[in-house]
Design a protein around this ligand. Sequence first.
Ligand code: CU
Length: 173
Amino acid sequence: MFTRVAAIAVVASTAILASLTGCAGTPVDSTTPVVTDVWLRAIPDIEVDGDMTGMFMTVENTTDEDVYLIGGTTDGTYTSDALDAHEVVEVDGEMVMQDAEGGILIPAHGTTQLMPGGYHIMFWNLTQNIPVGADVHATLNFSNGTSVEVHAAAMTVEMGQETYVPNGSGMTP
Ligand SMILES: [Cu+2]
């Protein structure tokens, strides 16, 4: 009787140890920014809607150092181009997009929103339509050497939420 109880106790403590070891064995890299709410503007017909789009998200930096989102890559499904980190700025009264110099700043212990009319990740030269509901894969690269794999849901941007202004490199996404 006593022996059996002892044996059960050993099994129980081994299970607890295993679960603790499991946690320790898969540490979260605390220098990797936390990316949430990823989506991108659907382009249902590239002949009509244009062959570029923007990806949007929330990025949180939990470290003591500023980090920059410097761009990304895709699996080539919708474009074979690299993904650029862009911003929308006002130039001579017009809103135009341009490269975010040095990347998109995610301040130390801060959060940055990428949204239509502001910061975005640019998809150039789309090779096929991105219908509403499509699951678009991308890898985002940060200035501290970390990367984050994301899946963006393609969604329609409500009318009036974004502007289309011609400029040297295209239009605001
Ligand atoms: Cu852009």
